[in-house]
Design a protein around this ligand. Structure first.
Ligand code: ATP
Ligand code: MG
Length: 256
């Protein structure tokens, strides 16, 4: 089982979109995939068609009570091999509630042990912040997948991001590595996008995937229908890009 944390503390860069669509393409390839939504916004949860108001249990119960992880896993009704641990807004209180709990950084890591033989990949969608939720995700992950938006401020905050990964590596998870960097919302007509790509490549070198994700309206529409892109419009540019990314992602893992 490989656990990948999709993280960038900057908001709105494409974390959730990448998390949903990359993981869905891997499930389509036949891998058994679990997606954990650890963001109180719950965008992965609703983007995959789950109604947050109707959920009885969520990742909150895993973190804040003695609930087993198996109790909160939901099998997707729309994609085979695909499982979800949803988030609800109650998770917003968890940051504060966890303050007095011993080893609070490692709750998720310990609970994930229960399913360590059940999945090929676990993807965790992080909130755009550096609190205990994110630290829990980084502590249990084998690697971090970093989406970066192709915009003027793209690299702002990246040194902080890399610092955070180093800190977690030193204190909580010595094997944590950067899986790769995905450039999102790329606009081939804009010089700026190309400049950003070059800057990011200078910083992260070969960690940057060759596949870039274009700005594509279909990608922005599909979550409101609760569908990953291949079930919404499998011919659009965004679908092509995420499918290509899934192949590049797998190719790299196999070549290691
Ligand atoms: P947050 O930090 O709030 O969790 P995020 O990093 O998860 O945000 P997303 O939710 O994936 O970012 O994307 C932000 C917004 O941009 C969303 O409305 C999403 O639908 C849209 N979006 C993401 N990627 C693309 C794309 N390639 N083309 C067009 N729209 C996109
Ligand atoms: Mg998100």
């Amino acid at each position: 089982m490989k656990t990948i944390c999709v993280f960038n503390q900057k908001g709105g860069v494409g974390k959730t979109t990448t998390n949903i669509n990359l993981s869905a393409y891997l499930a389509l390839e036949g891998y058994k995939v679990l997606v954990i939504d650890i963001d109180p916004q719950g965008n992965t949860t609703s983007g995959l068609g789950l109604d947050k108001k109707k959920l009885k249990k969520s990742i909150y119960d895993v973190l804040a009570s003695d609930a087993s992880i198996k109790d909160v896993i939901i099998k997707s009704e729309i994609i085979d091999n695909f499982y979800i641990i949803p988030s609800t807004i109650s998770l917003a209180g968890a940051e504060v509630e966890l303050i007095n709990i011993e080893k609070r950084e490692l709750i998720l890591k310990n609970k994930l042990q229960e399913v360590k033989d059940d999945f090929d990949f676990v993807f965790i969608d992080c909130p755009p912040s550096l609190g205990y939720l994110t630290i829990n995700a980084l502590s249990c992950a084998n690697s971090v997948l970093i989406p970066i938006q192709c915009e003027f401020y793209a690299l702002e905050g990246v040194s902080q991001l890399v610092n955070t990964i180093q800190l977690v590596k030193k204190s909580l998870n010595k094997n944590l590595e950067v899986e790769g960097v995905v450039l999102c919302m790329y606009d081939s007509r804009a010089n700026l996008s190309n400049e950003v790509v070059n800057e990011v490549k200078k910083y992260f070198n070969e960690k940057v995937y060759n596949t870039t994700i274009p700005r594509n309206i279909r990608l922005a529409e599909s979550p409101s229908f609760g569908l990953p892109i291949m079930l919404y419009d499998d011919k659009c540019k965004g679908a092509e890009a995420y499918q290509k990314l899934s192949k590049e992602f797998l190719g790299r893992i196999k070549n290691k």
